[in-house]
Design a protein around this ligand. Sequence first.
Ligand SMILES: [Zn+2]
Length: 397
Amino acid sequence: MCASAVGDTIGHFTMRRIITRRLPILFLVVDLLLGPAIAAAPQVDVTYGPLPVFELHSGFWINLHHRLYEEARQRRNADSPGTPKSGKTGKPTLQIAPDSKIVLSSSEQHAWENAISYYAANYVNKDLLFNTELLLLKNQLGDFETCDELSGGKKKSCDAGLPANLTQILEGAAPVYRAHRWPADDRANRAWIKRVAPLVREQGVGLSHRLADIYQTRWPAEKIRVDVSAVANAAGAYTTLDPLRVTIASTDPRNQGASALEVLFHEASHGIAEPVEQAIARECRQRDKPIPRDLWHALIFYTTGEVIKPVMEEEADAPENSAAQNGAKAGSSSSIGAGEGNSRYPQDSEYTPYAKREGLYQRGWENYLSLLTRYWQPYLNGRTTFDDAIAHMVSAL
Ligand SMILES: [Zn+2]
């Protein structure tokens, strides 16, 4: 979502340009990382299908990667002088143990500490979204989700082609994670997927067509891969391009319930909304105005929210869903996802879009919200053209 980066969002499209400019270097890195073997096909039990539009994964390595990254960041934050020791990110904790009763053996402790140290030394100051090395590593770990190793020692097709020391670190941490944390993380991911899947099945195609029409582009022909991970980045979700892949944190309170569908489509919109960014830039150049760097992002937040809203309200008002809500408390689901439990819908049928609920417009986007309401909403209502809407917004900047 990039929600926490409202003030300093560079934008995913900028990343695409950086990558394009650095193509020779990128190919070199890709070559190093990919090695000879490309991805095994995902197993049925890690891909929840068949769904339209998205393919949703709960993959072991990608979850381990994000856990290690998060724990290394938490320790860095806790260690940095001037950081308050209280609060969410300030406490040094052994995140491998979801409750304090789990005690690691000394060899487990050693393997885990090695992995955290490696992440602290190599990745902790790099951004999951904007750093090419982390982007490629994440994609590669996703591709090898069906492998129980990364070195190809047991199975040649499971040689992920990662640097030898990284392979060793991850393979060392894997049994620890698999024994103590992965089962709960995987359950949380599957619970999240299970809750959102019916909505994707019912509404996915219609929403994808609507958004592609709005952005005057085509929705990707292939299903968009979504890696559901217990934790992701600070924003709770992020999207990388070329190839377009979404990562969503299943335990992030911002991504629960009715918001799950909006998070999916907001993130996917990062892959298709380039015409908006280009149009804004073009209009700004024509008027000799500086290009507002977050307007396109505010616009995709606004648009996804407005497109999702009637769908969610209709869903919430459907009699079968009201009945399901009433019966939900009698259910015996073992869902462990954070958020509001098992209900797919809030009690109130009025849907509040993500950006409004999370207060994004109050963090420096107030002006954007009024521009969007005034000039972009008429386009969404079919009362003006795409070009006119963008031109009016830019003139009013
Ligand atoms: Zn975003």
